[in-house]
Design a protein around this ligand. Structure first.
Ligand SMILES: Nc1nc2c(ncn2[C@@H]2O[C@H](COP(=O)(O)OP(=O)(O)OP(=O)(O)O)[C@@H](O)[C@H]2O)c(=O)[nH]1
Ligand SMILES: [Mg+2]
Length: 639
């Protein structure tokens, strides 16, 4: 059975709750205070079966002081029933509620003229004309207008038929998005614990699901699910849903929180939005104005920054703005919201979130921001994703970050990103999406950096990989750096050896004098074998003047780089032939000395033919290289 959610809207006392009761048999006013005062204070719920459709009603209060409650219920509705009493006609909250529905992007609905038993025919046609004028040019322009009386029951049958028609015309909710249910009510049930209710705006909820309450990030488990008052194994997007939760106390749950898929959404306090200021707003929406933002079922305080030169939007105007919030919320691209002034609390504007994880903009960036936000407003998904990725610049963006902004399921996102890559503007590099031009520019910068390193220091074999990352990829995810380096390597532009990066054609060109010096140093160490001189002694013996020591050390570094010498300790270098001979001697010793493979220091001195001064650092080196392992006074020969 398909189901839709219809919200009532309209001025106080115009008969919204009575209408819901007349249709469903259930009084949506459930609070004692509501019954006593005869008005609706908070949201009420009831449902109706009409052939093969279920209509869930969200009944809202008309009192101007409770518009905030109305807003917590109206965000997820499929259609609105705008209720106007025949004896009063269009009143202030008729207009305000209608404006709210329009700004929230409600696209279906009808007008119900109630209390027809109290109005003469002449009055009735006046009210009908008034209603037509109100909705002219809006989503309700061609909507049905039904006259009813909850008291006599006249018109109710026609209303039922019309509601069914609307249900049939209402499109099914997209299956592309992750689970999200903005909580509009929380209570406890004896023996069950905490229950939250809301309109499941996307995804589905089943018994046993692990979900997360945001923005507090409490993990919860679904004990049970009800739709329209009856237990179900699974609730689907678009249904009024009650969820019994384990893992959370009622006192920790508030209206405005979001029950959501685990680990996918991120909290935010700064949004880039497109906003439309109502004609009826008493003044312009100005930068720095303190506002109340109503989004989902949440209400938070914040300040506006209007993103135009003047820093304000006059009544009736629309434009881009940034909202900075005093407390964190969950928001997504394309999500609608309402702005009310801080005091007095009246509805002044509404709009749509473009970037829910925005950053502060500097004044001079206005044109760039304007272009980006314009791109985010066009409907094509792959273009929106391209815009997000390009805005991330040289840092690129991972799938996770795109999901947190759009709420898209992973598979849907992947398909849209494939489309987006087809036009060549963005590229995937090891799971990071980045502007193709950005990646090319970064690759060029890497090559340039290595080139200038070679120029500065021709004797060095290459530039440290880590240094390169720090200089050019400091804020980017490490995957991006790795991918960029791999590309350059496979293109043949660079060679990466361990942690050094060099240009492919780079060789260290030594002058004759330097290559003679290199050979001399190597010969000195080769002759010394396992009793090597200190570095200074070696350079002195090779005839390097003390002013030239730095140069001499670079030559020595080349011998280390090409494996002729090995550093055993800070100032102890061994020629590779000496080291190989030592390893061979140890092997022979182990074979001759039984299965324990033990050797003590004096045996080692004798074996290597070295004094104690060399034996100890040599053994320490062998331990570090895991050729030997210390066992008390002795060593085990490992390999
Ligand atoms: N005669 C007559 N009275 C009605 C009709 N519908 C509602 N009423 C009366 O109008 C008063 C207000 O009705 P409600 O249904 O509570 O109005 P509401 O729009 O829900 O009011 P709020 O929720 O407070 O905004 C009640 O006393 C109802 O009995 C109707 O069709 N005919
Ligand atoms: Mg009511």
């Amino acid at each position: 059975m398909s189901s839709i959610v219809i919200g009532t809207a309209g001025h106080i006392d115009h008969g919204k709750s009575s209408l819901v009761q007349a249709l469903t048999g259930k009084n949506p006013d459930r609070l004692p205070e509501e019954k006593r005062r005869g008005i609706t204070i908070d949201l009420g719920f009831a449902d109706l079966e009409l052939g093969d459709v279920r209509v869930g009603f969200v009944d809202v209060p008309g009192h101007e002081r409770f518009v905030k409650n109305m807003l917590a219920g109206v965000h997820g509705i499929d259609a609105v029933a705008l209720v106007i009493a025949a004896d009063e006609g269009v009143m202030p909250q008729t207009r305000e509620h209608f404006d709210i529905c329009r700004l929230l992007g409600v696209s279906h609905g009808l007008i119900v003229i109630t209390k027809t038993d109290l109005a003469e025919e002449e009055m009735l046609s006046l009210v009908r004309a008034e209603a037509e004028e109100l909705v002219a040019g809006s989503f309700l322009e061609r909507a049905p207008m039904i006259s009813v009386s909850a008291k006599t029951g006249s018109g109710l049958e026609e209303l039922r038929v019309t509601l069914r028609q609307i249900a049939a015309e209402t499109p099914a909710r997209s299956a592309d998005f992750l689970t999200r249910l903005p909580v509009d009510r929380a209570f406890t049930m004896k023996g069950f614990g905490a229950v939250v209710t809301g309109t499941l705006v996307s995804g589905q909820i089943s018994e046993g699901d692990e979900l997360e309450l945001l923005p507090v990030r409490t993990r919860v488990r679904v004990r049970g699910v009800q739709v329209h008052g009856a237990p179900v194994s699974r609730a689907a997007a678009g249904q009024r849903t009650a969820v019994n939760l384990a893992g959370v106390e009622l006192s920790a749950i508030e209206r405005g929180m979001v029950l959501a898929a685990v680990g996918r959404f991120a909290n935010t306090q700064i949004l880039d939005v497109h906003v439309e200021v109502l004609d009826s707003a008493p003044r312009s929406l100005r930068t720095r104005a303190r506002i109340r933002l109503h989004i989902g079922s949440a209400e938070v305080l914040g300040r506006v920054r209007v993103l135009n030169q003047r820093g304000e939007l006059a009544p009736g105007k629309a434009g881009f703005a940034q909202l900075r919030l005093e407390t964190p919320i969950v928001a997504l691209h394309d999500e609608r919201f309402i702005i009310r002034s801080y005091s007095p609390a009246i509805t002044i504007a509404g709009g749509v979130v473009l970037d829910s994880m925005a950053t502060k903009h500097r004044g001079k960036e206005l044109t760039k921001t304007d272009k980006r936000l314009r791109d985010l407003m066009q409907p094509e998904r792959s273009r929106k994703l391209t815009t997000f990725v390009l805005a991330a610049g040289d840092q690129g963006m991972k799938s996770d970050q795109l999901i947190a902004r759009t709420g898209l399921k992973e598979t849907v996102l992947a398909a849209a990103l494939n489309d987006a890559q087809r036009d060549g503007n963005i590229t995937e590099a090891a799971g990071v999406f980045i502007g193709t031009a950005n990646l090319e520019r970064l690759a060029e910068a890497v090559v340039e950096e290595v080139k200038s390193h070679h120029k500065r220091d021709p004797l060095s074999r290459g530039l440290s990989r880590e240094l390169l990352r720090e200089r050019l990829f400091d804020h980017a995810p490490p995957e991006l750096f790795r991918a960029a380096m791999n590309r350059l390597e496979s293109k043949g532009a660079l060679v990466i050896e361990k942690d050094l990066v060099r240009l492919r054609e780079h060789t260290v060109d030594l002058s004759t004098a330097d290559s003679m010096l290199r050979d001399k140093i190597a010969a000195i160490y080769e002759a010394a074998q396992l009793e090597p001189p200190t570095l200074d002694q070696a350079l002195e013996r090779a005839g390097v003047a003390s002013a030239q020591r730095a140069h001499g050390r670079k030559i020595l570094q080349m011998l280390l780089d090409n494996g002729t010498l090995v550093r055993a300790q800070s100032d102890m270098f061994l020629h590779v032939t000496g080291l190989n001979r030592l390893r061979q001697l140890l092997q022979n010793f182990a074979l001759q000395h039984g299965p324990e493979r033990l050797i003590d220091v004096s045996q080692f001195k004798e074996l290597a033919g070295v004094s104690r001064k060399y034996a100890i650092p040599l053994l320490e080196y062998l331990d570090r290289e895991r050729i030997t392992r210390r066992a008390g006074d002795k060593r085990i020969i490992l390999k």
